[in-house]
Design a protein around this ligand. Structure first.
Ligand code: NAD
Length: 379
C-alpha cells in the first residue's frame, strides 16, 4: 500500500471521499486505498488550441483515472462549444482573468497548461498557487529560470508537477529504455535523432514569434530529439556543440529554422540531433556494440514503428499516447506511482536548449554540461 500525502488526504476529505476512512480510522491505509481506486481526478485544460481540441480532450474521454472537468479559455465562443460538446458545467469554465478562482473549485484537481510557451510559467505558477496539481506542456518555459520558478511554486504549494512528454507513457519509448538498460544491443555508442517538420503556414503564428515561443524549431521539435538522445543512451550529456542553418530568412524572421547538435555522454557515447521547421524528419537510431535498433516514426502521435539488427520488428497495439500520459500522471497523484516526466526533466531539457543556443552564439564552441547522474530522469 502506497502512503498517501497530506495534500491528497486534505483533498479527499474536502470532497467527502475519505469520510468512511476518517470515521472508522483503522485500517486507515486500506480504506483510503479503496476510495482512491474509485476516484477519477478532474482535469482543467488551459488554452483550447489545436492540441487541446484534437488530442487532449478526445483522450480525456478514454482515460480511466482522470476526466475533463473544466476549461480555461480567452474565447467565450469556445466556452459555449466545449460546454455543449463535453457537458462542462458553467461553474467549471474560466477565462485568463478569473482563472485564480479555480482554487475554490473542488471538481478540479489538475490544471494542464497548453498555451504558447511563454505563457507556461505564469499559468503553471498560478495553478500551483491555487493548490492544483500541474501538467505543463513542452517546452517547460522559455528559460531555465522560468523552469525553476515553476518547480519552486509547485514545491511550495505541495502539489505534483508533470511534463506533457507523452512518449514516456507509450510502449515504443519504454522498449527503447529497456533495450538500453538491459544492454540488449551491447553498450550504446551512437544515437542519431531527428525531430522536424516543414512549416509553411501563417508567418505570424506564435511559434515563429520569439516573444511567444522562446525560439523556433529547437524549442518546438528539438526537445523530442534531445529526449531521444538521452533515453537512447540512458545518460545525460556532458557537452554539446551546435550549428544553425538558415535557408528561408524571409519566413523565419524571428526564430531558428534548422539546428544540428552533437552531444558527448559520460560513457563515451556520442549523439547527433537535427531539428527543423524547414524539413520533415522523425526518427531515432541507436547503435550499440552488438547491434542496432531504430524507431521511425519516433515521436509523432503514433502508431510508431521500429526495427532491430536482429531482423525483428518492434510492434505494439496503438493506444492514444495522451490517454496513457494523463492516466500515468493521475496514477502518480492518486497512488504515488512514479512520475514518468517530472518537472526536473523539463528543466534539464531547457538547460540543454540554452547550451545549444550558447554554442551557436559562440560559433559552434563546445559547451560543458554538469548534470548529476540521472538528473531529470522520470520514474
Ligand atoms: P495553438 O496555437 O493551436 O493553441 C494555442 C492556444 O493558446 C489557443 O487556444 C490560443 O487562443 C491560446 N492563446 C492564448 N494567448 C495567446 C497568444 N497571446 N497568442 C497565441 N495564442 C494564444 O497551439 P497548440 O498546438 O495547441 O500548442 C499549445 C502548447 O502545447 C505549446 O506549448 C506546444 O508546444 C504544446 N504542444 C505539445 C504537443 C505534444 O505532443 N506534447 C503537441 C502540440 C502542442
Amino acid at each position: 500500500m502506497k502512503p498517501i500525502d497530506r495534500r491528497m488526504f486534505n483533498h479527499l476529505v474536502a470532497k467527502g471521499a475519505a469520510g468512511a476512512a476518517i470515521l472508522s480510522a483503522a485500517p486507515f491505509a486500506c480504506a483510503m486505498g479503496n476510495n482512491q481506486e474509485k476516484k477519477k481526478l478532474g482535469i482543467a485544460l488551459v488554452g483550447l488550441g489545436s492540441y487541446s481540441t484534437y488530442q487532449l480532450a478526445p483522450a480525456l474521454q478514454e482515460t480511466q483515472h482522470c476526466y475533463l472537468a473544466g476549461i480555461v479559455t480567452g474565447t467565450p465562443e469556445k466556452e459555449k462549444a466545449w460546454a455543449n460538446k463535453y457537458g462542462i458545467p458553467k461553474g467549471n469554465s474560466y477565462n485568463y482573468q478569473n482563472f485564480d478562482n479555480i482554487a475554490n473549485n473542488d471538481d478540479i484537481d489538475v490544471v494542464y497548461v497548453v498555451l504558447p510557451n511563454s505563457m507556461h510559467a505564469e499559468f503553471c505558477i498560478r495553478a500551483a498557487k491555487a493548490g492544483k496539481h500541474v501538467i505543463c506542456e513542452k517546452p517547460m518555459g522559455i528559460s531555465v529560470s522560468e523552469c525553476d520558478d515553476i518547480i519552486n511554486a509547485c514545491k511550495q504549494a505541495d502539489v505534483k508537477l508533470g511534463m506533457g512528454y507523452r512518449l514516456h507513457s507509450e510502449p515504443y519509448t519504454q522498449q527503447v529504455k529497456q533495450f538500453v538498460k538491459e544492454k540488449t544491443f551491447g553498450e550504446v555508442q551512437f544515437v542519431a535523432a531527428e525531430a522536424a517538420y516543414r512549416s509553411a503556414g501563417n508567418p505570424d503564428q506564435w511559434r515563429l514569434n520569439k516573444k511567444l515561443s522562446g525560439g523556433g524549431a529547437l524549442m518546438n521539435m528539438g526537445v523530442y530529439a534531445i529526449q531521444s538522445a538521452i533515453y537512447g543512451t540512458g545518460e545525460n550529456p556532458i557537452s554539446v556543440s551546435a550549428q544553425e542553418f538558415s535557408t528561408r530568412p524571409e519566413y523565419f524572421k524571428d526564430t531558428d529554422e534548422t539546428i544540428m547538435a552533437q552531444f558527448e555522454f559520460p560513457s563515451g557515447a556520442v549523439a547527433n540531433i537535427s531539428t527543423s521547421h524547414n524539413f520533415n524528419a522523425n526518427s531515432m537510431y541507436v547503435s550499440g556494440t552488438s547491434g542496432w535498433f531504430q524507431l521511425q516514426p519516433a515521436n509523432n502521435y503514433g502508431p510508431l514503428s521500429g526495427k532491430t539488427s536482429r531482423g525483428g520488428e518492434i510492434k505494439f497495439p496503438h493506444e492514444s499516447q495522451q490517454k496513457l500520459q494523463m492516466d500515468d500522471f493521475a496514477k502518480h497523484v492518486l497512488f504515488g506511482e512514479p512520475n514518468k516526466a517530472p518537472g526536473e526533466m523539463g528543466k534539464r531539457d531547457m538547460m540543454i536548449v540554452e547550451a545549444i543556443y550558447e554554442s551557436i552564439a559562440k560559433g559552434g564552441q563546445k559547451i560543458t554540461l554538469n548534470f548529476k547522474p540521472g538528473f531529470g530522469f522520470g520514474g
